[in-house]
Each structure stands twice: as C-alpha cells, then as structure tokens.
Design a protein around this ligand. Sequence first.
Ligand SMILES: Nc1ncnc2c1ncn2[C@@H]1O[C@H](COP(=O)(O)OP(=O)(O)OP(=O)(O)O)[C@@H](O)[C@H]1O
Length: 652
Amino acid sequence: MLCLMIKLNNELKDRKLQVFGTNHERKERLKKFHGVRSNGSNQPEIKKKVTGSKSNVVDKIKAMEEKRTERRRKMEEEKVAKREKAAINQARGEGMIDIDFQNLMETSMISSAKAYPHVPLNYAKIFVCVRKRPLFKKEKESGQIDCVSVANPVIRVGEPKYKVDGITKFIEKHDHRFDNVFSHLENSEDMYKSCIRPMLDKLFNDGVATIFAYGQTGSGKTFTMVALQELAITDIFSLAENDYASLDPQVSLSFYEIYSGRILDLLNNKKRLQVLEDGSNKIQVKGLQEISVESEEELKEAINYANSIRTTKATQANDTSSRSHAIMCINIRDGEGSIIGKFLMVDLAGSERAQDIRSNNRERRAEGAEINKSLLALKECIRALDNAKGNKEAHVPFRASKLTMVLRDSFMGTKKNICIGMLACVSPGYSHADHSLNTIRYAERLKEFLPEEEYAKLASESGGSLPKAPEKKKPKAKKPPVPKESKKKPTKVITRAKWGKIDRVKYSEGLKPSENVDDDDGDDENQEDLMRTKKGELEDWKLLKQTLRSGGEDDFIPMDLQEKADMLLEKKEELISKHMKYIRQVALMLKQEGELITQVQGPECDEENYVRNMRKVVKQKLKIYQDLDKDLEEVDQLMKEEEEAYNLANAK
Ligand SMILES: Nc1ncnc2c1ncn2[C@@H]1O[C@H](COP(=O)(O)OP(=O)(O)OP(=O)(O)O)[C@@H](O)[C@H]1O
C-alpha cells in the first residue's frame, strides 16, 4: 500500500501533477493525464463533449441569424407595403391614415357574401333598421377609416383599440342584428322598397305609421328622411287616386318641430304651440296648422319649405346640424273629413346632443337635457309597446316627454293598424365608432329580433335581392319655396286641427298665417288641461326613471342635473309666458293712464277720478312686478342649483 503510494507520487511528480488525496484519487489524476476515461476506455470524453456543444451553439446562432434576417426581410416588406399603401391613399386624395389600423380593419370586415336579401317589413308591428352612409371625401382626406361593414341583417362596427402594452393595435368587432341593414352601396330607394312601401296601405285602412330617424349628427337622418318622404308622397297620391279612389281621400299636412321643449309650427312662421291633454285623455297640439294639399307637387313644396326653416346649427360633422325633433304628419281623410290614416315621419335631433347635458354652456345643457329625456322616453315607449305584445292595457309612458306625448296616437291610439319603424343612421368613420355603437345599442334595445333561422326563412321566401349599385349623387336640396303668402294659388288651411272632423278655412293672400290661430292665453279650460298635462308628464317621467334604474341603464345619466335642468326649463318657460301676459296687461294700463291724463288735463278736469283710478293702476302694477320679481328670484335660485348639479356631475 505504502509502496503503491510512493510509486504513484513519483509518477505524479514526474508529470508535474499534484500528489495529495487518496491512492484512488492519485490514480484518477494520472489516468486523466493520459486521457483514459474512468470506465477504462481511451475515448477523449471531455474533448468530445466540448466539440459537441460548440456545434450546437453554432447551429443555434445560425438559426437565430436566419430568423433575424427573415424578420428584417418581413419588416422591410411591410415598410414597402405601407409606403405603397400610403402612396395609394395619397393618390386617392386620402389623408394620413394609420396604415396598421387600415390593414387590420380591412381584414376585420364582415363578408357581404353572408348577407340575406332584405325582408319586406310588413311582418312586424315594430321594425328597426340601420343604414350606413358612405365615407365622405373630406373625411377620407382627414384620415378617417371606414370601420362599419354590413351583411344584412348584421352590421359590424370595428373598434380600433390598443392592447395593454399601449403599442399593439387590434380591432374589436361588434356584431349586431336588426330587421334589415343597409350598406353605403344601397340607396334610399332600396330602403324605401323594403321598409316604407309595405306599410302605405295601412294609411287607407285605419292605420298610423310612424317612422323615426335616429343617429348622431351628420349620420344621414335628414338625407334619408327627405328621400323617403319624396318616394312615399308619390305612392300615397298614386294609392289615393287609384287603389283607394272610392274613399275620396284627401291629403293634408302638418309639420312642426320640438326644440328645447318648445313646439314650433313649421307651416306657420314657427308659431309656438302647446301640447295639452284634455279631460277625455286626448292629446292635442293646440293651434297646429294643417294644410290641405291637392297634389304631389304641392305637398313636396310644403315639406321642403318646412324642412328649410328647421332650427339648425353648423357643427363639425354637419353644415346644418338639426337641434330639434321635426315631426311631419300626413293625414289621409275620407270624403267626410274623418281621418282614416296618418303617416308620421320624425327626424330626431342628433343623438349625441343628449350628451350636451354635460356642456359648460347652460343653454346647451338645457337642450341636451330635453333631448336626453325625449330619446329615453321614446325608447321606453317603443319597448313597452313591443313587450305588451298587443295587450292594450299595458302602460306606455308616452307622457314622459313632449315628443312622445304628441306621438300618443303612434303608440296607443284608437287606430287598428299601428306600425312603428326606427331607422338608425350611422357614420362609417372610425373616430365615430363610439357614437355609431351608441346608436346601434339604442336601436337594438327597442325590440326582440327574430332568431336567425326564422329570419333566413323569411328572407328566402321574400325573394328579394341585395342591390349593390353605388348610390347616385342626389341633387342639392331645393331652395326653400316661395313663402305661402305670395303663392299665386291660395291653399286651403285648416285651423284648430282635431283628430276627428275638421273645419276648413280658405287661406286668403291677405291673411297672415298667425291670424288663423286662436290665442288661448288665460283660458280656464286651458289651464286645467295644462295642469293635467304637467302632472301626467311628471308621473310618467318618474316611472320611466324607475324602469331605467331597475334595468341598470341610468348609470351614465347625471340624473340630478337632468332634474334641475328640467325644472329650470319649465320654470323659465312659465316665467316668460307670465312676463308676456304682464306686458299685455301693462300695455292696457298704459292706455288707461293716457286716457286719465288726457281727461285730467282737459276741460272736465276730474281730479278725484284721476287719483282714484291711477291708484288702482299703480296697485295692479305693483302686484304684477312683485309677482314677476318672485318668479325671477325662483329662476335665479334654480340657475344656481342647476350650476351646482353641473359641477357635481362633472366632478364625478
Ligand atoms: N347615404 C348618403 N349618401 C350620400 N350622402 C349622404 C348620405 N347620408 C348623408 N349624406 C350627406 O351627409 C350630410 C349630413 O347628412 P344629414 O344632414 O342627413 O345628417 P343628419 O343625421 O340629419 O344630421 P343632423 O342631426 O345634424 O341634422 C349631408 O350633406 C348629406 O347630404
């Protein structure tokens, strides 16, 4: 053992190796020096290992380099493709578009191959359609991308978004199904054929057909309504003169707008009207003019005129943005003058105006609050009607807003054939995606839609086809017609329109339109109706708020602000009408004062009479101004409260 150790030590020393450790360790050290593996083989174990790993690393590096080159090649290709696309966009006159989003959007569009033919909408009492307007040149120039695609009855909004990393772009797709949807390639005639034409027979058969156009400013509501009106008028006259000639139908028109809670007659110098509910629960727009028309041209001219004087304001989206709800009502009366059918087309104010309730301008806030309330009320009325499934006892909260109040007959009148159509209009630009989605969601909540299989069956039975022709450019809107006063042929005007029989008054050139209307101020019966109307409005609005709250739909509405804005608007209206009444009274008193002065300065010089009567006048005036001051103080206080509610809502 010792000998072995000495031998091993010597060998180790000869080879300049270290001599510590056990004999086994010494032997291993020597073996290692001679390149002998511990299993006894002569294979250079370690050497091989080193050589193997080196080749792996080289392979890996090579693969990585290849990948990098491929990645660079792809990036370069993408850059070139982007440059090419940008050049194409530029050549088309389109602005600086985000090419990534443009590419993503193009691959996210719904395929029109999936589209069903449009279904004629006489199968439903309530129908809801969506129309997408084309992207305008100036929108393309400003870098807008089309984010809306259509495959009837589905509409898809692609919402451009960033992932949480804040860099990666993606498109969130939102698909929604309706009764019919129309792409920008389809024109108003396509829409008319399936949506409006099927309901016109109802107008001659104890029916009320009401069409609404809903959507954001500039989405094409007025464009659609005007085109549909023109087409409908031609057919209404054709039906009246041919199919239903035996009824001796008479066509008449009324046209008014609701702006900031005020009802203004568009056929009578925007005269302010009142909506009142009488003792027998009939809703009347007091003093509304109804013009009896003899021909298609006369009707179109009157409608053009009314459309041209609507309350509008230029916005970024639209040169003439409507701030009011416009209600066109064509009445069909039989030879006796009784109404046999009504056709209403309601061009609603821009839906995003409802958000003006948060504006920093009080007037805009008041407009916004009113629009908000009326659009919510409209939604609830249509929904209630859909849920009622024909149950006449079901409560429809039509009194909740002026808009729904004047449309009572559209929801629950005595007519047999009621039909409601909602045409939701959307703008295609991606910066409007939010608004387009809001419009679509509003429209979607109005009714329950047919399951896809049933729709498919209906569509295949209808035999309709999907028109693809690009929309022809419509001629510019006609100039407002010559005011009625200077028209050569006098038109018949019907005052005090009633739902039943009417009394006709010849419209003469010398007569100012306002002279046709009664002034009901100070009328006791009127006051009673007014109180009833206000009470009904408050009750239904309260009910509507409860419904919204229970459905979790009031989260986004600053209800306190809405309440205060409503109260302020109401009080302001009351104040102004009182003030006007006082001015008339004071004017009478001034006349009386003048007479008293003349008398006291005259030869009779009855001073006692002068003093006695002047004191009466002064007392009356003091009372009037005290009353006025009280109302002014209330309005002042409400303005402060409304301002506080606004600050609170915006602080949330
Ligand atoms: N389908 C369409 N095809 C071609 N042009 C359209 C279409 N829809 C709308 N337009 C054009 O878009 C512009 C805005 O349309 P329109 O006035 O109808 O919008 P709106 O929704 O009524 O807006 P507002 O609520 O502000 O009144 C108009 O110049 C109109 O001619």
